[in-house]
Design a protein around this ligand. Structure first.
Ligand code: BG6
Length: 478
């Protein structure tokens, strides 16, 4: 569905995120015919460039990051012709008059802050001072949104001094992933699951975000952040919220975000012996973490696994096990809802444990699988096996639905449409930090050193123990 005409200004328009994600996403939406004809994308950054220079930089970025679409020269030319560039001084006066002069009247203006958070304030001030703030102005900010509760509060206050909350779009790109939204459709669009979605029927829930990539190219940011701040506080927390929240009264931004916030606020503090930190070491020809970041004494975690509890009526007594790490054996993001065993097996002890598992796979091969128990065909007697009831979207919906838009495509278009449902509200981010901060402070005060794990493994052995102690085990990563 085409959107209304808009102007999008990307501060940090020549930066890594713009080249890797934002511009390719805009280009793919352009190719999908979702733009009206007079959209304008303005790159704004410190670098001295003109429109032609910027277009050539973007053209290279498209070849690298949207290679399939970039083969269509006509489309590339059409897209590039919508691009402008203005050299802008974030903390000075240069470029702002020119930028203001480029923007159309009476249409959506989105300002994408793809810059260091310390520049949020200076940019917001200038947008207002140069008359660019209108009712249709929207601000898009990226993570990291602060590095602790205090810094997140101060960023929120800075933005709130210039814009209303309904103009601020805090991106967590996990919310833009197709299956994440499908999770809500499955939970709240079916009668089948919701009655069982509680501690009475669910034994525990596992959320795994495993990555094969390391931290190359982002060493200095990552060594200050670690997996807890980089992934757990935001992406895994958002997945936890969507899986655990109460049904919102409607699918509208504040109704959904109110319910997510209640989940975060109901989280218990995590006990030290319910957390395992890890750091990858050299294996399979790959260098270890400390080597990569050039800090031989770094105690930053590249892996974290923990057991969380939500103290509310629905989830009391059901643990949530969350883990994420880099340089693991496979790239795999999956949520497993592990149902309890049937209360009594009529097939006797030999039949074993056959609890149902609902697996929600975010990537790769997005889809939802329900493991159910059936009789093994052909065998004499009642031998039971578990088979998947597969809801692989691509197969079920046909080839035309095999390519779902990338998370950034969806989220940027939602900004243009003015739909905040898949963006984090300020109070949510703060609540997530309020839960994360004591965990990190605990490590610091105890001088905690992460456990080593080999590149290409499933993470530190202690993460297995975390489960084993509870008589459970992780579902395989591969
Ligand atoms: C980013 C993190 O937010 O998400 C990265 O900063 C991580 O460290 C990335 O690699 C993972 O995103 P995806 O979409 O590849 O799972």
């Amino acid at each position: 569905i085409p959107v209304d005409p808009f102007d999008l200004v990307i501060f940090g328009g020549t930066g890594d995120l713009a080249r890797r994600k934002i511009l390719p996403a805009l280009f793919r939406r352009f190719c999908a015919g979702q733009w009206p004809s007079d959209v304008q994308i303005v790159g704004a950054a410190r670098r001295t460039l003109d429109d032609t220079g910027f277009r050539s930089l973007v053209s290279d970025a498209l070849k690298e990051h949207a290679p399939k679409h970039a083969r269509d020269r006509v489309a590339v030319e059409g897209f590039l012709s919508r691009l402008r560039y203005v050299p802008v001084e974030a903390e000075g006066p240069q470029g702002w008059e020119e930028l203001a002069g480029l923007l159309g009247q009476n249409r959506v203006r989105a300002f994408y802050f793809s810059v260091a958070p310390r520049l949020f304030g200076p940019l917001a001030e200038r947008i207002e001072a140069f008359g660019m703030a209108t009712e249709k102005t929207r601000i898009v900010v990226e993570k990291p949104f602060g590095h602790d509760l205090d810094s997140a509060r101060s960023l929120n206050a800075t933005l709130a001094a210039h814009f209303d909350e309904n103009q601020i779009y805090r991106i967590d790109h996990y919310l833009g992933k197709e299956t994440v939204q499908n999770l809500m459709a499955v939970r709240f669009g079916n009668m089948l699951f919701e009655p069982l979605w509680n501690s009475q029927y669910v034994d525990h829930i596992q959320i795994t975000v495993a990555e094969t990539v390391g931290v190359d190219g982002r060493e200095s940011y990552y060594d200050r952040a670690g997996a807890m701040r980089d992934m757990m506080q935001n992406h895994l927390m958002q997945l936890l919220c969507l899986i655990a929240m109460e049904p919102p009264a409607k699918f509208d931004p504040d109704a959904v975000r109110d319910e997510k916030l209640k989940v975060i606020r109901a989280l218990d503090p995590v006990l030290p012996h319910h957390i395992v930190r890890g750091q990858f070491v050299a294996a399979e020809g790959l260098p270890g973490y400390r080597e990569v970041v050039g800090n031989p004494r770094s105690t930053t975690e590249s892996y974290v696994a923990l057991r969380a509890h939500i103290s509310n009526w629905r989830w009391a007594g059901t643990p949530f096990y969350l883990r994420t790490g880099k340089r693991l054996v496979a790239r795999s993001s999956v949520i497993n809802v592990m149902f309890k065993d049937a209360p009594h097996s009529i097939f006797g002890e030999d039949a074993g444990r056959h609890a149902n598992v609902l697996s929600i796979r975010l990537q790769p091969n997005e889809g939802i699988t329900l493991k159910v128990t059936i009789k093994e065909p052909g065998q004499g007697g009642m031998r039971l096996v578990d088979v998947p009831l597969d809801m692989s979207f691509a197969e079920a919906l046909g080839p035309e639905n095999q390519v779902s838009p990338d998370a950034y495509e969806r989220l940027i278009m939602d900004v243009v449409r003015g739909n905040q449902t898949l963006f984090m509200r300020g109070d949510e981010v703060e609540a997530a930090w309020a839960w994360t901060d004591p965990i990190i402070a605990g490590w610091q005060s105890r001088g905690d050193v992460p456990k080593p794990y080999d590149c290409g493994s499933t993470g530190p052995g202690d993460a297995e123990l975390l489960m084993k102690r509870d008589g459970r085990r992780w579902q395989g990563i591969k």
